[in-house]
Design a binder for this molecule. Structure first.
Ligand SMILES: [Zn+2]
Length: 281
């Protein structure tokens, strides 16, 4: 069992899928790999650190979170090793790098942000760039020479058949409460919540510096991990209410797409941690 989260920024994974990834690990113990792919360079998104320092710290923070979460971590890069900037539209070299990275890992399940269908929805430009890029590249995952100009070695050997993953969208806070559609899968992450707190606490330059300053996320600076866990519980509680799920346990939610392989209920039941399917609003 291999699962991959493709997202825009350092910390996004911890806010949308870390608890579910840990539940996957518990369910598939001994036969499991998890990976997080970050598609931007991490230079933006700080108000007093230099872009170079911000990028370096964000890499260190994600590596610390990966050590707790036991997942592999990669910052997406072009063949020459250069990462991708922020606030950009999807480019051909982004699609090519994504294609190569997904093929190399060959996940069973791929998690990425959603593309909002409602024009009233808010967006983070980097999140929709990643969502759009994953969607555009999904069919090409098992097309061996799709990006052969960028990766000429792919054209030299006989092509290997590459499994196309089931692709699910994560919850996205930028979309807002009103237009966000009801999720398909609701995963109770009570059992792994302390790990979500410890992993997200690694992103100190975000949760104690940048996110309180930018002031769009309802995150106030805190001093201790215990305070952070309490604040995170409140955030998860608010998320439940905004999704029409009422009071209850902390959950992570996902929507199914037809971008890749389409999973049926039996497959999801076999592979996924325990979930609730399509709750009514
Ligand atoms: Zn983000």
């Amino acid at each position: 069992m291999r699962i991959l989260c493709v997202h825009a920024h350092f910390d996004d994974f911890e806010f949308v899928a870390a608890g579910t990834f840990e539940l996957f690990r518990l369910k598939h113990a001994g036969n499991f790999r998890a990976k997080v792919l970050v598609c931007t360079d991490g230079r933006s998104g700080h108000h007093w650190r230099t872009p170079q320092e911000t990028a370096r710290i964000r890499l260190e923070e994600q590596a610390a979170a990966a050590a707790i979460g036991g997942y592999e971590f990669e910052r997406l890069a072009r063949p020459d090793g250069s990462p991708f900037g922020e606030a950009r539209l999807p480019s051909n070299d982004l699609l090519a790098a994504l294609w190569k990275s997904i093929r190399d890992f060959e996940p069973d399940y791929l998690f990425c942000p959603p593309l909002p269908a409602d024009t009233r929805a808010g967006v983070h430009p980097d999140h929709i760039t990643v969502a759009d890029a994953v969607r555009r590249v999904a069919y090409m995952i098992n097309v061996p020479h799709a990006f052969v100009d960028d990766y000429p070695e792919e054209g030299k050997a006989e092509a290997r058949w590459i499994r196309t993953p089931v692709i699910l969208n994560t919850w996205d806070s930028y979309i807002g409460d009103g237009p966000q559609s009801a999720p398909d899968l609701v995963v109770d992450v009570s059992e792994t919540f302390d790990q979500i707190a410890r992993q997200s606490w690694c992103h100190q330059s975000q949760i104690r510096e940048w996110l309180p300053w930018v002031g769009r996320h309802g995150i106030a600076p805190v001093e201790t991990l215990d305070q952070w866990e309490a604040s995170l519980r409140q955030r998860f509680s608010n998320q439940r209410l905004s999704l029409g799920l009422g009071e209850g346990a902390p959950v992570e939610v996902f929507s199914l797409t037809s971008w890749g392989q389409v999973a049926d209920r039996d497959q999801l039941t076999r592979d996924f941690p325990a979930f609730q399917l399509k709750p009514c609003r």
